[in-house]
Ligand binder design. Structure first.
Ligand SMILES: [Zn+2]
Length: 109
């Protein structure tokens, strides 16, 4: 192998490795962010792989889907289930906004 061939192979290695690493790392991060917001891993992964750090910023701009938001509200204690219709209501609600019935209050033990 001649000197200029060795140089071009080295140059390709130097450019290719960071590019492939960037696809993988940015794709993985964007995929995880998008999955957490309820929009699916692979769409985020593709966005991150194609657009790099810009793709990560783009997927971060998406709010969680309503389904994910409800789960977050339940887990954080900001909302609870109505015992009569299973609609989401604030924990201190007296009347359910979904079924318009009085929310039964049970003594906590
Ligand atoms: Zn209700």
């Amino acid at each position: 192998m001649q000197e200029h061939e060795r140089l071009s192979v080295r140059l390709i290695e130097l450019l290719l490795l960071p590019t492939i690493l960037s696809w993988i790392v940015c794709g993985e991060i964007a995929g995880r962010v998008f999955r957490r917001s309820g929009r699916g891993y692979w769409r985020g992964c593709l966005t991150g792989a194609l657009l790099g750090p810009l793709g990560i910023l783009i997927v971060l701009l998406f709010d969680p889907t309503p389904e994910v938001r409800r789960v977050q509200q339940l887990n954080s204690g900001d909302m609870t289930f109505c015992r009569l219709c299973l609609g989401l209501i604030p924990p201190n609600a007296r009347v359910c906004r979904h079924c318009d019935r009085d929310v039964p209050v049970y003594a906590a033990h």
